[in-house]
Design a protein around this ligand. Structure first.
Ligand SMILES: NC(=O)c1ccc[n+]([C@@H]2O[C@H](COP(=O)([O-])OP(=O)(O)OC[C@H]3O[C@@H](n4cnc5c(N)ncnc54)[C@H](O)[C@@H]3O)[C@@H](O)[C@H]2O)c1
Length: 316
């Protein structure tokens, strides 16, 4: 093993709001030895590099540079946050045409220099861009995963934690399906301290209230629209979510996360990337977990997958 192979090297393509928030969170996390910033707007990448580097005396040592694709040769993970952003009122799927073109340009440039890096997609529509990227890299290699509903799951856990008066770390609930309008909550498996929600009473006396849970789900699903209306973009929570994914890969943690990955028959779905709880480690997505979901959840999940497949067909 040479010196560089012993390092944790992370590439970042797209240093906009999401990319920069990820870089800032990664730097504080301390897991990476080197971060390579790439953006088609070189000045923006340079400005972020300067600003981040000036914080190095406050965190663990690392190297942060602006590079081009050839600098990704030794990267262990490459996170892609490049592309157009969602404008107020615009759905994630409307971004598809533009961002599909961006990915068909970026991903081959990465694989030309490095076929081993795990590629983490954050750009929207994340499920479709994950599928396009995975098809370029090779579906069977499990090297491409999308942030999928990692953020939505975090939002739901936070909202449930507020509702029941418990720490969000103690809330086990998943949002699965599309990262977008057709996503669903797996209520049949949601639990706190191993107790399913119909039987759980929170520290604040809060008992089972299906209408309230429905409201929390809708708030979760529409959170991005609400935030974009107020501050034009969302970036802090997804930045932290991306660090959690990168850490799971670099440390080979086998962490269960609702990342998006190309399904090949699981839950009766194939030919599209979509989120279900999966084990994430050094090889990328190691396994999509086979959960005993309810019949109605299965139907909603398959319908979400079909929505995505229809959209993907539009840019084939
Ligand atoms: N997955 C999630 O949960 C989640 C959450 C929030 C935002 N997003 C998505 O992340 C993406 C980025 O959002 P943002 O707020 O950072 O946008 P932004 O406009 O601030 O940044 C995008 C960056 O990509 C760069 N870029 C565009 N085309 C490029 C190319 N071909 N090569 C290299 N760089 C390129 C731009 O120069 C810009 O710096 C959007 O698609 C947004 O919808 C995803």
């Amino acid at each position: 093993m040479n010196d560089r192979q012993a390092l944790n090297i992370v590439g970042l393509v797209g240093t906009g709001m999401v990319g920069a928030s990820f870089a800032y969170a990664l730097m504080q996390n301390g897991i990476a030895n080197e971060l390579v910033l790439i953006d088609k707007d070189a000045e923006r990448a340079e400005g972020e590099m300067m600003d981040l580097n000036h914080g190095l005396p406050f965190v663990r040592p690392m190297r942060i540079i602006v590079g081009d694709y050839s600098d990704l040769v030794d990267a262990d993970v490459v996170v892609i946050c490049a592309g157009a952003n969602q404008r107020p009122g615009q759905t994630r799927l409307e971004l598809l045409q533009i961002n599909a073109g961006v990915f068909r340009d970026i991903v081959p440039r990465i694989t030309a220099v490095n076929q081993d890096a795990i590629i983490v997609v954050a750009t929207n529509p994340v499920d479709i861009l994950t599928q396009i990227s995975a098809e370029i890299v090779g579906i069977d290699r499990c090297h491409v995963l999308g942030s999928g509903t990692v953020l939505d799951t975090a939002r739901l856990r936070y909202m449930l934690s507020q509702h029941y008066g418990v720490d969000s770390h103690s809330v086990h609930a998943y949002i699965v399906g599309e990262h977008g309008d057709s996503e669903l909550a797996l209520w049949s498996l949601a639990n706190i301290a191993g107790v399913r929600l119909p039987d759980f009473v929170g520290g604040n006396g809060q008992g089972y209230d299906p209408a309230a849970l429905d409201r929390l789900f809708n708030q979760t699903k529409n959170a991005a629209y609400e935030i974009i209306q107020r501050k034009r973009a969302t970036y802090y929570a997804i930045g932290l979510g991306l660090v959690a994914i990168v850490e799971a890969v670099l440390r080979n943690q086998h962490t269960v996360m609702t990342v998006s990955s190309p399904l090949v028959g699981q839950y009766g779905v194939s030919g599209i990337s979509i989120s279900m709880p999966a084990i994430v480690g050094r090889r990328g997505v190691e396994e999509v977990i086979n959960l005993p979901i309810s019949e109605s959840e299965m139907a909603a999940f398959q319908s979400s997958a079909q929505t995505l497949k229809d959209r993907l067909a539009e840019v084939r």
